[in-house]
Ligand binder design. Sequence first.
Ligand SMILES: NC(=O)c1ccc[n+]([C@@H]2O[C@H](COP(=O)([O-])OP(=O)(O)OC[C@H]3O[C@@H](n4cnc5c(N)ncnc54)[C@H](O)[C@@H]3O)[C@@H](O)[C@H]2O)c1
Ligand SMILES: O=C(O)C[C@H](O)C(=O)O
Ligand SMILES: [Mg+2]
Length: 473
Amino acid sequence: MSIPTGANTSVIIRLELQKEKASFGSIATTISESGGDIVAIDVVRTDKHATVRDITVNVFDAKHTDLIVELVGKLDGVRVAHVSDQTFLLHLGGKIETNPKFPIKNRDDLSRVYTPGVARICTAIAEKPALAHSLTIKRNTVAVVSDGSAVLGLGNIGPEAAMPVMEGKAMLFKQLAGVDAFPICLATQDTDEIVRIVKSLSPTFGGINLEDISAPRCFEIEQRLIEELDIPVFHDDQHGTAVVILAGLLNALKLTGKQLADCKIVVCGLGAAGTACAKMLIAAGAVNIVGVDRHGAIQRGGTYDNPGWQWFAEHTNPHGETGSLPNVIRGADVFIGVSGPGVLKAHDVRNMAADPIVFAMANPTPEILPEEAEPYVRVMATGRSDYPNQINNVLCFPGMFRGLLDCRASRVTEEMKLAAAKAIASVVEGDELNEYYIIPTVFNHEVAERVRSAVVAAAYESGVARKKREKSN
Ligand SMILES: NC(=O)c1ccc[n+]([C@@H]2O[C@H](COP(=O)([O-])OP(=O)(O)OC[C@H]3O[C@@H](n4cnc5c(N)ncnc54)[C@H](O)[C@@H]3O)[C@@H](O)[C@H]2O)c1
Ligand SMILES: O=C(O)C[C@H](O)C(=O)O
Ligand SMILES: [Mg+2]
């Protein structure tokens, strides 16, 4: 397969050009010869002798920007006045805000939304707490809670640095499924304290989306919150990721004609995402999974302190494979990476079975770049939006919570997750399915809607929906 590579971000380079000396042709050539893609040119001002232009250029990273700026700055009659990064610009002041549903226009309105009218609503809820679902934001609002301990693949970068990711998730909740989500980043990584804080916050919310909390603490935090709260709790990096991986794999296997039960699947990175993904694949029928972390493969029958790794020791590696990733990847049909950048090498992919499937999902930098895997791989996916086949939990969490909130489910069930995976896979149908299109894009409106319907149906079947089922005609 041949994979188009994408630029990562765009910068605006402000140039001052001396009309007599500078040639715009040579600027454009310099930028494009150094791999930059000019997407817009705006004239800022111009006079008899000089012109100032903003050139918007798609670039790969900061180093690439520096190279382009250096080369352009050396051209005759050109001065680089300023460089701004579009991604930073769009984060100025954060990405979300609160908006009232209607304006308070007069005293009458004021006395309804606020004192004294609001007191009647408070009293009604105090007498019947279930009314919070109909008379407050609870029924449409989700907390996106992180402690900043496993932010993307960037690691333990802390709560302030986690905020942009959580704000981004909140935007996606709203845009894709109409769910109001609040980013909440906590200044603690203590399990007991996180459980206590989230429980205390829960009256405001209809659901809790845990995000970027590292393994193994994430397992206990999620489990305790599920047991102690009456609203659904969902650790996105575990279950959202597992759902989308299964969806992508079901479709990729259709292309290769292989059966899940016959495949050797190597999962690399046995944290939140890797553990949940292996559990889900086994629930869906996988038999031969080998889990690998930094120290190598998890041994069948071994003893591990980490509860996730202990699960691998009890349920995976049926043939007792040993060694590091280059050893166990031999003959594998599928590689699933949820570890860190650059872990998988091209020669590892060459040693896989025929028609290898590689899901390199570490963010922002995958285990292997598509262009490196290209000569050897049959189906390739990453977690990023700038390559084909984006396998990212954003395909799951908006529709999942839309469904949970719509039927007032008390918790997330295994049946819901499996149904959600099948729903996502079903969006790519028939002839549409090919190596570059195994999974729908984030912008396909069918995705959240199908996931929502699948989750609601599964909630009623398993008896966890608390809203009366609406009669269908
Ligand atoms: N595409 C998606 O939707 C998606 C979803 C969740 C997580 N992820 C990515 O998966 C990665 C892990 O996320 P997580 O939430 O499970 O984090 P985590 O901290 O819970 O687990 C990460 C695990 O990977 C292991 N690891 C790190 N580097 C490794 C290496 N070089 N070789 C082998 N193992 C290694 C760690 O030891 C740890 O066990 C991150 O890069 C994250 O961005 C992607
Ligand atoms: O945030 C993402 O893009 C996906 C995932 O939740 C991750 O942690 O990498
Ligand atoms: Mg995450």
